[in-house]
Design a binder for this molecule. Structure first.
Ligand SMILES: Cc1cc2nc3c(=O)[nH]c(=O)nc-3n(C[C@H](O)[C@H](O)[C@H](O)COP(=O)(O)O)c2cc1C
Length: 231
């Protein structure tokens, strides 16, 4: 009888041990199933991860964007316009689209922005507006909750006439106010994205070599750090 009880106790202990192993195994499996993907997601949307998105008709925005990518160790995405915008006819159709605030078919139309906490959008200026393909991108995608930094480039410095006071000749005052209004308009459009707009940097590209363009972009490093990283 005594022997039977001892045997029963051993069997019970054996069962307890097996149950313990099983429950530990189960909790590890459940943790791997439910918790691990959470960790991966958290890693994927890394705080501070930056995407640079650009459109470039003649290659200047591309140089700026590639330089920014190296400076910031960011990801880079080129927006292509399905319309052929090359050559003289491409210039005329671009001027027309921009003048009449038309949108364009772009590729990708809806880039996956979910992994990024910040975006830097680089665009050439057309008729003192953000270029048509970039306007299309901005209007048809959500940038909510992201830091948004705008880079524009044009032949002329957007602040060229900024230092002229109210005693300056009419033409210079007119150009100063005209470019100020255009700048404000661009920022208003960006503000409509619902993002946290942190800054706008403009580069003048007229008669610049590739090396000069790289240098002009690198000159924005301090501004970029202050607005995007430290903010
Ligand atoms: C349709 C069109 C309109 C433009 N309008 C302006 C303008 O208003 N002011 C300016 O300074 N440059 C203007 N430009 C020049 C471009 O903004 C400039 O060359 C820019 O650096 C080109 O960038 P990308 O090579 O990335 O296309 C215009 C160019 C195009 C094609």
């Amino acid at each position: 009888m005594k022997h039977k009880i001892i045997k029963q106790k051993v069997v019970n202990e054996e069962n307890c041990f097996k149950k313990e192993i099983f429950s530990r195994f189960l909790s590890i499996a459940l943790a791997m199933f439910f918790v691990a993907p959470g960790i991966v997601i958290a890693d994927d949307k890394e705080e501070g991860k930056i995407l640079i998105i650009y459109y470039s008709r003649t290659g200047k925005s591309k140089i700026i964007s590639e330089t920014l990518q190296k400076m910031m160790n960011a990801d880079l995405l080129e927006i292509k316009d399905k319309k052929d915008r090359s050559g003289t006819w491409g210039f005329i159709s671009s001027a027309y689209d921009s003048f009449f605030d038309r949108e364009s078919e772009i590729e990708p139309a809806h880039p996956d922005l979910s992994l990024y906490s910040s975006v830097v959008v680089v665009s050439p200026v057309w008729n003192w507006k953000i270029s048509t393909p970039v306007i299309t991108l901005i209007k048809n995608n959500s940038f909510k909750g992201k830091k948004f930094m705008m880079y524009t480039n044009a032949n002329i410095d957007i602040k060229k006439y900024d230092n002229f006071g109210d005693d300056a000749p009419f033409v210079k005052r007119f150009l100063r106010d005209y470019l100020r209004d255009k700048r404000t308009l661009m920022r208003k459009i960006v503000a409509k994205t619902g993002s946290d707009v942190v800054g706008h940097f403009h580069i003048s590209t007229e008669e610049t070599t590739k090396a000069q363009l790289v240098q002009l972009t690198q000159n924005s490093a301090e501004y970029l750090k202050e607005k995007l990283v430290n903010k």
